[in-house]
Design a protein around this ligand. Structure first.
Ligand SMILES: CC(=O)[C@@H](O)[C@H](O)COP(=O)(O)O
Ligand SMILES: NCC(=O)COP(=O)(O)O
Length: 241
C-alpha cells in the first residue's frame, strides 16, 4: 500500500522571524497562502502560551484563508489553546505535551499514564468535528495506549530518527517502522514530524509507505533561504512520491 503522504508546512518560523523585529515582515498570513499556492497539502501552526512564535490572533487570520488542510498543534492543558481550537475548528488538532517554556517539542505523550485525560480531551475535539492526532514517541506500548484514548491518528516524534539518520539510517528508522506497524494494526492514522528534512524524509517515507501526513517547518524555512519557498516545497513534495 503506497499512501499519498500529505505535506503540511509548519509556518511557526515565519512568525519567529517576524517577532524578532516587530512589524509584519514576513507576513505569516501571506506565508500560509503562498505555501498552499506552491503545493503544500496543508498548513500547520503551533501556538504556545507565550506566543513567542505564532500568535493566537495569527491563527484566527490564517483560518480565514485556508484552502487545504489546517492543523493546529499544542498543549490542551492550556484552556486558552483548547478554546482557540474549538473557536477556529481546524481540520486537525495535534495534541503535544509541551511544558510552558519549552524551546521546542521534545517528547510525546505517556498515553498510558494520561489515558483518562486524553480520552476526555479527544472526545471534546471529536464532538466538535475536529480530527485528533496525538504526539507520541516511537514506542509500541505508547501506540497501544494511544489507540485506547480514541484518537484518530498519532504523530510520531521524529527527532531521534533525524538525529541518528547519518550514523545508521536503518537502525534509526527501526523503532518507527515497528510503531507504525502497530498503528496500522490498530487502525490508527499516521502522521510524523520534527526535524524531518531533505536528507532524511525520502528514506522515512520509503520505510513507512502508509504514512498519512508529515508536518515540516524548521528545515523548510532554512532551505527556502537558499532555494526559494516555492522550489523548496516542490522538492519536499518529491521526497514523498
Ligand atoms: C510538535 C512538533 O514537533 C513541532 O510542532 C515543533 O514543536 C515545531 O514547533 P516550533 O518550530 O515552534 O519549535
Ligand atoms: N509536527 C512537527 C512540525 O510541525 C514541524 O517540526 P519541525 O520541522 O519544525 O521540526
Amino acid at each position: 500500500m503506497n499512501t499519498v503522504t500529505k505535506l503540511s508546512v509548519n509556518i511557526n518560523k515565519f512568525a519567529t522571524l517576524r517577532n524578532s523585529r516587530g512589524g509584519n515582515n514576513p507576513d505569516v498570513v501571506k506565508a500560509a497562502k503562498d505555501a498552499q499556492l506552491f503545493g503544500a497539502d496543508g498548513v500547520t501552526v503551533h501556538p504556545r502560551p507565550d506566543e513567542r512564535h505564532i500568535r493566537y490572533s495569527d491563527v484566527r487570520e490564517i483560518k480565514k484563508i485556508i484552502t487545504t488542510e489546517f492543523n493546529i498543534e499544542g498543549n490542551c492543558t492550556e484552556q486558552k489553546f483548547t478554546d482557540l481550537v474549538l473557536e477556529t475548528r481546524p481540520h486537525q488538532v495535534t495534541l503535544v505535551p509541551d511544558a510552558l517554556d519549552q524551546l521546542t517539542s521534545n517528547h510525546g505523550w505517556n498515553t498510558i499514564e494520561h489515558k483518562t485525560y486524553l480520552q476526555e480531551m479527544i472526545s471534546i475535539f471529536k464532538n466538535a468535528g475536529i480530527r485528533v492526532s496525538i504526539f507520541v514517541d516511537p514506542v509500541t506500548e505508547m501506540v497501544e495506549g494511544a489507540a485506547a484514548t480514541g484518537t484518530d491518528r498519532i504523530e510520531l516524534y521524529t527527532e531521534a530518527y533525524a538525529a541518528h539518520f547519518a550514523t545508521d539510517k536503518h537502525k534509526a528508522v527501526a523503532p518507527y517502522v515497528a510503531a507504525a506497524e502497530k498503528a496500522k494494526e490498530l487502525g490508527l492514522g499516521l502522521n510524523a514530524g520534527h526535524d524531518l528534512d531533505l536528507d532524511n524524509l525520502q528514506f522515512f517515507k520509503q520505510q513507512i509507505s502508509w504514512l498519512d501526513e508529515v508536518s515540516i517547518g524548521h528545515a523548510i524555512v532554512c532551505d527556502a533561504l537558499y532555494l526559494g519557498f516555492q522550489n523548496t516545497i516542490q522538492m519536499y513534495k518529491r521526497q514523498l512520491l
